[in-house]
Ligand binder design. Sequence first.
Ligand code: PQP
Length: 400
Amino acid sequence: MGIDATAIRPVSTVDPFSHAFLTDPYPHHQAMREAGPAVWLAQYGIWAMARHQEVRDALTDWQTYCSGAGVGLSDFRKEPPWRPPSIILEADPPLHTRTRAVLTRILSPAAINVLRETFTREAEALAGRLVARGSFDGVADLAEAYPLKVFPDAVGISEEGRENLLPYGNMVFNSFGPRNDLFEKAMANAAAVRDWIMSKCSRAALAPEGLGMQIFAAVDAGELSEVEAGMLVRSFLSAGIDTTVYGLGNALYCFAQYPEQWTILRENPNLMRLAFEEVLRFEAPVQTFFRTTTRAVDVGGVKLADGEKVLLFLAAANRDPRRWERPDSFDIRRRATGHMTFGTGIHGCVGQAIARLETEAVFSALVKRVKAFELVDEPVRRLNNTLRGFDSLPLRVVPA
Ligand code: PQP
């Protein structure tokens, strides 16, 4: 050991959770990618990675970059988490292996396909109503309304109290950042919201056929304890709404902003799946996740110590010119697979089949009915320590 006088340590003083950064992160992403393969963020005493290769390698190497110390800024080994840690997101093998196996089965593309008819019917009805109206808020009336209907129905929770789902997601995703103004604001009514969520996670609160009760079936099969099953239902309610709300909103924004891309999609509806990947690459609803090092590690000549927090910029990897041609152009015909928005490795998004189903259902319904989207007023951003998206998207549609 001893001091290595030749070690390089790229440093940045930027605050990735400031309003300025969150409002327009892309110039900062570029600066971090250019600064080095890993960059020390002096303000927080953490590392950041913003290049595609390094983000991908870190996500793939779960032994070196663990999740069990939390996937936010807070190190669960040093300070108490704000809620009992997730047994899937904030867990490592062997616990993660066991819980993941259950969710992989329940959320497999084949299992999720059972929901297609219902999800399509709801999307067609909603799109029909909104296009008949002519103008609407892309966030409240579509990006929020749709997941808030189909997802809790699929999980099998009661109608009563669903207004708690968005505030809870806001708490969860802001909690991955520092205890800044966004965190404090999200936590305003935390106790009541958390209590409602937990009351929906028990066997007694779930419909017999839903995704929630399927988790409890794994208890009966000896794969999970009753308490663990409740914790995994909590994971559904944490993960399943805001992610798709922000994703649908970002998709609407992209097609309003780049109308020629909507025209291309209308003329080639078979591009739907590629278009979705490109939206995820270009405007990632989930921007970042943390890992924590379990040993000293050399990242392209930059030396990280054991036990350090590493902020992985999924959205910066998605626009790394080392990986993508014309990274800053939105082009639904490109091969956007390989983006980091769903992560990769053992924690790669287990919910992506349901996210894809929701997006496909909504945009297949819109592509038949809408010739063009027009923003009739400035979109308003909703800032969040993890998510990127909108508070409102005042839209008018030109009917097909
Ligand atoms: C992005 C699990 C997954 C899903 C949890 C939890 C929370 C959020 C997410 C984030 N997530 N896609 O609480 O287990």
